[in-house]
Design a protein around this ligand. Sequence first.
Ligand code: HEM
Length: 227
Amino acid sequence: MNHSVLSTRSNPPVPRSPVGRPDGQPLHVLLRDGTRQVHNAIEEAELHRRLLEHTLSRQEYAHQLQIYCTAWSTLESVAASWQAKAPELLGLLHSRVPALEQDLERLGASRWPLPEKALDRLLRWREEALAEASAGSPAVIGRVYVMEGASLGARIQIRHLRRCPEVPEEALTFFSQCADRESGRWGAFLHALAARPFVRTDAEEIVLGACRQFEALHELFELCVRI
Ligand code: HEM
């Protein structure tokens, strides 16, 4: 018996806007437009500047992966508990955590725990995401959009990571997996987003969740670069 189907069907019908999307815009377009500014801002974070200049240190790279690892493991557990509500979207997630853990081990990242302020911010972010999910907020979909979409930039990032003298090739599994496998996976995610009808308030919460995810990551990246 498929529990997710049952629980979806047992929900009372929700009134929807005529085309199921606020202002007739597909959710993906709302997400892309609503997060353009925060995406541009994160691209310009000091950590990424160092990456593009090939001066990213091994320690900074280790911190970046630690942030991604906590973010992915949290979202994967959130998505698992949320899956009954959006199985076609969240069922697409495959774990990124093993690749991240492998890279962290190869880097010897335990030598470089996150700075205290970054760790506090990361734990606060984690609590916020978990609380949101247990309150049943669809913001989790926006957060997953950000993390999945990050893989598009990974195609550019991996080229630069390979030119950073302190970043070893054997610790690039996560970024190379993102860069290699992305097109099919992102396409499937967008397809599922497009197929899902959302009420206006859900869409607003989803875009807000995505913006909060970008902002938290950006803050975290700033807190872990070496001054
Ligand atoms: C140096 C850093 C980055 C670069 C150069 C970069 C670059 C890009 C590029 C070129 C695209 C468009 C790809 C395409 O349409 O085929 C893209 C999309 C995207 N990136 Fe980034 N990115 C970076 C960092 C990030 C980070 C850190 C995140 C989030 C953790 C992120 C999230 C996204 C998302 C969600 C999209 C999809 C936008 C859409 O809906 O079309 N990016 N990025």
